[in-house]
Design a protein around this ligand. Sequence first.
Ligand SMILES: *Cc1c(COP(=O)(O)O)cnc(C)c1O
Length: 378
Amino acid sequence: MTAPRIEIDFDKIRHNARTLVERLGQRRISVTGVTKAALGSPELGKLLIGAGVSDLGDSRIENIETMRSAGIRGSVTLLRSPMLSQAQRVVEHATASLNTEIDVIRRLSQCAQQVDREHEVILMVELGDLREGIMPGDLEGMVHRTLQLPNIVLRGIGTNLACRHGVTPDAANMDQLSSLATKTEAAFGIRFASVSGGNSANLTWALSGAETGRINDLRLGESILLGCDPLSRKPISGLYTDAFTLVAEVIELKTKPQAPTGELQQSAFGEPTAASGSGATESGAISQCILGIGRQDVDPAGLRAPSGIKLLAATSDHLVVRLAGQFLSVGSEVRFDVGYSALLRAMTSPFVVKVVKSEGTHRSLGRPGLAAPKSYAM
Ligand SMILES: *Cc1c(COP(=O)(O)O)cnc(C)c1O
């Protein structure tokens, strides 16, 4: 089979999604299934809908358009604040979007009027992580202005924690979101359909037995795909953490000195050249192996190598590893577990073939719009 490739086990992802939908359902929280780490794969979108998510979410309008043209009809939410320049596309293809700027919502309203549609808006509130969000004191004013805009439906409010600073969702910030919801509803005599508490980092809080208050939705990507909690990167009990496997091929295998020869300046990526941690000060030769995959295809920091293989360095197109107790030859394949950063980049690289495994069969995951590799694995 061609390499590099990422093998995707849909049965494991389905299990993870169903398990989280069920566990959160017991706490009266619905799941928005997030597809962005898989480039808005329509196959993944359909799988998530089948597993019981109430909504799909993606941060890129391009991905949402891909899902729409593949026939996905239900609610899809744009998770990143729409660009003014993309408002038309957002109104045409996304059911809802997360918003923080009145100029953007005004433009969405104008575009929605032109095509005689409604667009739903969730206002995001800043609760400490300092990424997107309206300052809590400004929420009422934003709600007031949003409610006046034609063809805009205020679906509710939400927040996003953890992504920038690792701020932990807890009773304090979740209670704050709940009371903002209740207070705002009372002030305007309205009822929010959705109070969206956050992303996969909220699961520990949501499943802890804590009072969930008004929170009735979470937007989940990483936990469904990789089965782990993004705050600790620890596995979530009962979920698969190995639904994705990255496979790379050996293109060179030599016995080489550990330490480079010659005067050292910057390497291609500006790192110190003495390969720290690789034992460069020890004398003697090592079994050095190069795999045909690089930083253009994967974030090496998000790779977990199998035992007997140690990552030494990565350049644009090469991953340099040391073999210790693994027998490989040119053409051998090496299989890696991936973390979120490695997954994101591997799924985005047109050079990494995506192969779906489901109920024992293999097929390639088509991706219209992106340059596909010449030979798709089957
Ligand atoms: C990506 C994203 C999510 C999903 O985050 P995970 O950690 O993958 O669950 C949720 N909300 C927003 C706004 C996002 O951008």
